[in-house]
Design a protein around this ligand. Structure first.
Ligand code: 4NP
Length: 161
């Protein structure tokens, strides 16, 4: 089993969007028994809350379900449990690096380093921005999720055999 954790600040906009998109790809590829997905925030304001209504609307428009997801904060056990711990922006990564025990630091990555599209390395926080922010997040995260699945398939060639 490969375990993937998406991390942003609030766990109500970017990381649940990433979880929902990647989970859908994994399901469609028939890999749900082999790749586990989750998301969390470095902050704890939104524990137990569903994703932001703007993130849910954008996801619904694109055929992705986020309704079952609930906010949680990063837990020290996450650094041992998960194989890929993927930060949406550099601040999220810096916060994770401060919390993470040294032996697990190589599990931490900027999510968009796996993206199939060059250029952007951060998923910008859409929380205080305009309505186009959520559509941009969805596009960036889709390219990141495609690249991540390609990376996992390449590095774990026996995953679906
Ligand atoms: P997220 O967006 O990190 O993508 O979930 C945010 C959501 C809430 C807040 C900040 C960012 N907040 O400050 O409450």
């Amino acid at each position: 089993m490969i375990r993937v954790l998406f991390v942003c600040l609030g766990n109500i906009c970017r990381s649940p969007t990433a979880e929902g998109i990647f989970r859908d790809m994994v399901q469609r590829e028939g890999l749900s028994e082999l790749i586990e997905t989750d998301s969390c925030g470095t902050g704890s304001w939104h524990i137990g809350k569903p994703p932001d209504s703007r993130a849910r609307s954008e996801a619904t428009r694109r055929g992705i379900v986020l309704e079952d997801l609930r906010g949680r904060a990063i837990d020290p056990d996450d650094f041992t449990t998960f194989d890929y711990i993927l930060a949406m922006d550099k601040q999220n990564l810096a916060d994770l690096q401060r919390m993470c025990p040294a032996p697990y630091l190589d599990k931490l990555h900027l999510f968009l380093k796996f993206s199939t599209e060059d250029g952007r390395i951060e998923v910008p926080d859409p929380y205080y921005g305009g309505p186009t922010g959520f559509s941009d997040v969805f596009d960036l995260v889709t390219a990141g999720a495609e690249g991540l699945l390609g990376h996992i398939r390449y590095h774990h060639p026996n995953i679906d055999r």
